[in-house]
Design a binder for this molecule. Structure first.
Ligand code: UD1
Ligand code: UDP
Length: 384
């Protein structure tokens, strides 16, 4: 923790940054650094939603994130159990530390739980990655995004489509800040280091084309028929192109009871640098991840998203992503097509490595840090 007051700021701002699950770590790092560089005192809280070393501590090592100041140790559970436990334990942290602002990132249960507690406890709430919408209410993340935005004071949007969503839902202009993509900050800061990793050699794909696969959405892996269909499509693709599948724990347990096709190298989840090294040099990525759609866009690597919707349409409109759903024939055809045409990298506006700095500027330079939560008229009736 640092607590100096930077020149030009009236007093040190105390900020809590909350992390819990894998996609949070690479998003919080640039925000935390930028806040601390500007003299804010940062308290890092890890809820413990993800706890296996390869889902959590490896990211602290790879990205140089210091150990969390508070570990809530909530572990796994049903949505209600997990959310409730985070809320109960985070409420105590807020009461003890009395932060000026709480920063939450993304759309996982830790994001939602910390947001609700903050909104009732009186600190200001900043949501990084605000405004993304899949409009698919069967995904728990969509509920987490919408509710978190609704109780936030600062809405940090990664792209213009997210700004447009927020405006259409009636949020005031003074809450919304188009700052770019923090995940891209971390990618650009680590790409050269990642390229030097020996992971491709270790997997035997140093000198030959390969595809990279990630799967973890409940809608894809928990349903036997859907999962078998996806494995069948991967088997067919793997007959031409070896596939590497670092399996998320949810998927790993499902693979134990399903037939694993040949040509697919299944392993543990990878750390950030090893995964980025593979992602940057893959001929094709097949995924249902949110963050991987963004990273492949910046890297210019063709990405097939095995879902019907995306909360990140800019990766389709301006990037390398294609939504191909779950139909095995469609996935195989799309993979063959993607291997024929490699699109050039096109980086969306403000995905430039400076999103964390923009967020810190807003949070620390706000003339008065007053509450900006939406008024009672935030009802979808249009921008205020
Ligand atoms: C969570 C997020 C999802 C995100 C994903 C990133 C929610 C609702 N979902 O999904 O948005 O894309 O993380 O990876 O927040 N498990 C372990 N070890 C761990 C963590 C989990 O074995 O370190 C197993 C447990 O059996 C657990 C299951 O994975 O029940 C699911 O974990 P959970 O955090 O509930 O959801 P994810 O599927 O990881
Ligand atoms: N990632 C990783 N190792 C892996 C799979 C993914 O480091 O084995 C990284 C990936 O590069 C991206 C982030 O994890 O930065 C995406 O997280 P995830 O797919 O778990 O969640 P989502 O983005 O879907 O919420």
């Amino acid at each position: 923790m640092t607590s100096a007051t930077a020149p030009g700021y009236r007093r040190a701002v105390r900020a809590i940054c909350v992390v819990g699950a894998r996609p949070n770590f690479m998003k919080v790092k640039p925000v935390m650094d930028a806040l601390e560089q500007r003299g804010a005192e940062v308290i890092l809280v890890h809820t413990g939603q993800h706890y296996d070393p390869e889902m959590s501590s490896i990211f602290f090592e790879d990205l140089g994130i210091r150990a969390p100041d508070r570990w809530l140790g909530v572990g796994s559970g049903s949505h209600a159990e997990q959310t409730a436990l985070i809320m109960t334990r985070f409420e105590r942290v807020i009461a003890e530390t009395v932060p000026d602002v709480v920063v939450v990132v993304g759309d996982v249960n830790s994001t939602l739980a910390a947001a609700i507690v903050t909104a009732k406890a009186g600190a200001l709430l900043a949501h990084v990655e605000a405004g993304l919408r899949s409009r698919d209410w069967s995904m728990p993340e969509e509920i987490n995004r919408v509710v978190t935005d609704r109780v936030s004071d600062f809405l940090f949007a990664p792209s213009q489509d997210a700004v447009d969503n927020l405006k259409a839902e009636g949020y005031r202009g003074d809450q919304i800040h188009l700052v770019g993509n923090v995940m891209v900050d971390t990618l650009l800061a680590n790409l050269e280091r990642a390229r030097r990793r020996p992971i491709r050699k270790e997997l035997g794909v140093e000198d030959r084309p390969f595809g990279l696969v990630t799967l973890h959405r409940p809608g894809n892996v928990d349903d036997d028929a859907v999962f078998d269909g996806l494995l069948g499509a991967l088997a067919e693709i793997a007959s031409d192109l070896p596939l590497v599948l670092p399996a998320h724990p949810r998927t790993r347990s499902r693979l134990l009871v399903h037939h694993l096709p040949e040509g697919i190298m299944v392993g543990e989840p990878l750390g950030y640098l090893d995964f980025l090294a593979l992602e940057a040099s893959a001929s094709l990525v097949l995924t249902d991840s949110g963050g991987v759609q963004e990273e492949t866009t910046v890297l210019g690597v063709p990405c097939l998203t095995l879902r019907d919707t995306t909360e990140r349409p800019i990766t389709v409109e301006e990037g390398t992503n294609r939504l191909v759903g779950r139909d095995p024939d469609r996935i195989v055809d799309a993979a063959r097509e993607a291997l024929r045409h490699r699109p050039p990298p096109r980086r969306p506006a403000l995905w430039d490595g400076r999103a964390g700095a923009r967020i810190a500027e807003v949070l620390l330079e706000a003339p008065s840090r007053h509450r900006l939560r939406p008024s009672a008229r935030c009802d979808g009736a249009g921008a205020h």
